[in-house]
Design a protein around this ligand. Structure first.
Ligand code: ZN
Ligand code: ZN
Length: 367
């Protein structure tokens, strides 16, 4: 079928809106009419050539939300008309997948960025020439997407689909790091470094669990103001050692939990140094390959833990409906930092996400 998609024609080039050909869903796949899709920094990293597997032209996008319009063979848990969010891909067969941690699937890199289905076939063509697609097995910067049913999550009929795409990746990442991994107790202290979409999701989750104090650290005053409205008890402009001293002053002895979303080594160091004894720092920011960071070895002797988390270590079919319930209950107000753009304005959305004008862009599709 013909679709309209935003294509990156060459490494680092702006997105171009084009008509492309999308294949039909095969066994285990569904065809989703995309209503709207979030834009994540990973999409822009793919545009800019950070990932060795990605070739051009490529169709990115991995936070699609829409309506199932066709179901391939061998699917018994999704139906035409279902309202869905498309999350990250996983193979279902490897050790991590079978142990309930699909975010750490051993096939993740191939499934996210090889440009093909798991069986090596292609889904998108441009004038009979193959296009690098299947980005996170969805390529949702398009009016329609073929996706494996395994990564497609049915959501409540009363949820506003145009806002939900970011739950598929960025917001699940921040919220899951807190709710699934840290699992703080009421009254424990929490600090988040970087309050973009991922950081704000973590902050809202920390508020849900009753963390106190909740300290937000960022360089942008507007974001710090929003962080306070969403539950931060303290908002600190990031100033290195001075910020660290302030965190220790607020908490007495450092925080129980820190969430690092920036992937900047100096900020990661702050997130580690902000911990109290037996505190845990979770790194969710994705750094370029080869990026190194350091910390003082005695820090971890104090029982402190430093760990990375991917996609909030979530099982999307359990976790995303839970986040939708929290959103509809007013406890996870993601609408406060989502900004709508039309697909044709994708380059403006990308520029405003990069400059920080926009926290979380969502592209709505022309249908
Ligand atoms: Zn797997
Ligand atoms: Zn993402």
């Amino acid at each position: 079928m013909q679709i309209t998609a935003a294509v990156v024609p060459a490494r680092g080039a702006p997105f171009a809106i084009e008509k492309l050909e999308l294949a039909s869903p095969r066994a285990g796949e569904v065809l989703v009419q995309i209503v709207a899709t979030g834009m994540c920094h990973t999409d822009l990293h793919a545009r800019d050539g950070y990932f060795p597997f990605v070739h051009y032209p490529v169709v990115c996008g991995h936070e699609g939300a829409g309506i199932v319009v066709e179901v391939g063979p061998a699917i018994n848990d999704l139906f035409v008309g279902d309202r869905v969010v498309i999350s990250f891909p996983w193979c279902g067969a490897c050790g991590p997948c079978r142990s309930g941690h699909p975010a750490y699937c051993l096939q993740a890199r191939t499934l996210k960025s090889s440009g093909r289905r798991a069986d090596g076939t292609r889904t998108i063509q441009r004038r009979w020439l193959p296009v690098h697609a299947c980005f996170f097995q969805q390529s949702s910067f398009a009016t329609y997407a073929v996706a494996p049913a395994r990564s497609v999550v049915k959501v409540r009929d009363d949820a506003p689909l145009h806002l939900l795409g970011p739950l598929g990746c960025g917001l699940q990442t921040g919220a899951g790091a807190v709710l699934n991994v840290m699992q703080p107790k009421s009254g424990q202290s929490f600090a988040v470094f970087g309050v973009g979409g991922v950081g704000l999701a973590g902050l809202m989750a920390a508020k849900i669990t009753g963390c106190d104090p909740i300290i937000a650290v960022d360089v942008l005053p507007d974001r710090l103001a929003l962080a306070k409205e969403l539950g931060a008890t303290h908002a600190l402009e990031s100033k290195g050692a001075e910020t660290l001293a302030e965190i220790h002053r607020i908490t007495g002895n450092g925080v129980h939990f820190s969430l690092e979303t920036s992937a900047v080594p100096g900020v990661f160091r702050l997130a580690v140094d902000a911990l109290r004894e037996m505190g845990t720092c979770v790194l969710v920011g994705s750094a370029r390959p080869g990026t190194e960071a350091s910390f003082a070895m005695p820090v971890i002797q104090g029982g402190r833990m430093i760990r990375g988390v991917v996609q909030g270590d979530s099982k999307p079919r359990e976790f995303i409906p839970r986040l939708v319930d929290l959103f509809l209950a007013g406890q996870f107000p993601l609408d406060r930092f989502v900004t709508d753009y039309k697909l044709v304005d994708i380059n403006r959305a990308a520029a405003e996400a990069t400059s920080g004008v926009t926290i979380k862009p969502v592209l709505t599709m022309p249908h």
